[in-house]
Design a protein around this ligand. Structure first.
Ligand SMILES: Nc1ncnc2c1ncn2[C@@H]1O[C@H](COP(=O)(O)OP(=O)(O)OP(=O)(O)O)[C@@H](O)[C@H]1O
Length: 250
């Protein structure tokens, strides 16, 4: 671990019965970078994200985030110190508007309950930061639309907006482009280029065009191990990566 590292993963292990989903994995995310994790299906990307957030326990190894060992920290505790995963569509309040969803997340992060949800879109302490986030993610025109009436791509943007409401030090994005049209993906890439100037981001994504245009560094996971970490050019030209994963695509 170096001083630049916001997140450091050392010799992390997760077993599912006889299967090593995370196999002695070490990697780090530097403050300010967008670090992408790629790898074939079943490589262990989602498992790693879940270990980072605390959704599943690790069998061994160490995760250090912002100078703190995460071992004894619960999922909400990790979110509180700035580790935020973009929420899944299923966790959005579908009948509430876009603005209300983000206001509720701002309110929850400020430590208040959802009791007064009816008033959230009238409270400037909530609407000001929420509208700022919606502008950054490109959803401000949809502020008054019910989440249920958004397109798939817009719902994915709203998930990221909800995660941003927790003021994360590190934003974990697990396949944000999944299920999106090419146009929506390209639009989201533009937004992420803006977001990455203000946030450190760990991105798990199958869309290689998005990964190679966004990432400062890329780690390639195969069978739970990082076989390479480097800049997009280094990864493109790495023979092990080409053989194991990218083939002629790179
Ligand atoms: N709850 C579970 N119980 C048993 N095995 C699991 C469980 N979750 C994941 N696995 C296995 O762990 C390995 C890693 O899965 P994981 O979902 O982390 O991979 P992934 O890289 O995210 O894949 P994808 O790109 O398809 O999303 C796979 O072999 C998967 O079958």
């Amino acid at each position: 671990m170096t001083e630049q590292d916001l997140l450091s993963v050392e010799k992390l292990v997760k077993r599912y019965g006889g299967l090593l989903a995370t196999d002695d994995l070490s990697l780090s995310v530097r403050e300010g970078e967008l670090h992408a994790i790629i790898g074939p299906n079943g490589a262990g990307k989602t498992t790693l994200i879940k270990q980072l957030t605390g959704e599943i326990p690790s069998d061994s190894g160490k995760i250090t985030f912002a100078g703190q060992n995460l071992k004894r920290l619960s999922e909400p505790g990790r979110s509180h110190i700035g580790l935020a995963r973009s929420f899944q569509i299923t966790s959005l309040f579908q009948e509430f508007t876009v603005l209300e969803n983000v206001c509720l997340a701002v309110q929850a992060h400020n430590g208040h309950s959802f009791r007064f949800w009816k008033k959230v879109n009238k409270d400037k302490n909530l609407t000001d930061p929420a509208l700022d986030i919606l502008r950054r993610i490109g959803l401000e025109q949809r502020a008054d639309t019910a989440a249920a009436n958004l397109s798939h791509g817009e719902q994915r943007q709203l998930e990221i907006a909800v995660a941003l409401a927790t003021k994360p030090k590190l934003l974990l994005l697990d396949e944000p482009m999944a299920g999106m049209s090419k146009e929506d993906s390209e639009r989201l890439v533009e937004r992420l280029i803006e977001l990455k100037s203000r946030h450190t981001i760990l991105l798990v994504e199958h869309d290689m065009d998005a990964v190679f245009s966004l990432a400062d560094r890329i780690s390639v996971l195969v069978y739970g191990r990082a076989i390479a970490t480097g800049t997009p050019d280094e990864i493109r030209n790495n023979d092990d990566v080409r053989q194991a994963y990218l083939g002629e695509e790179a």
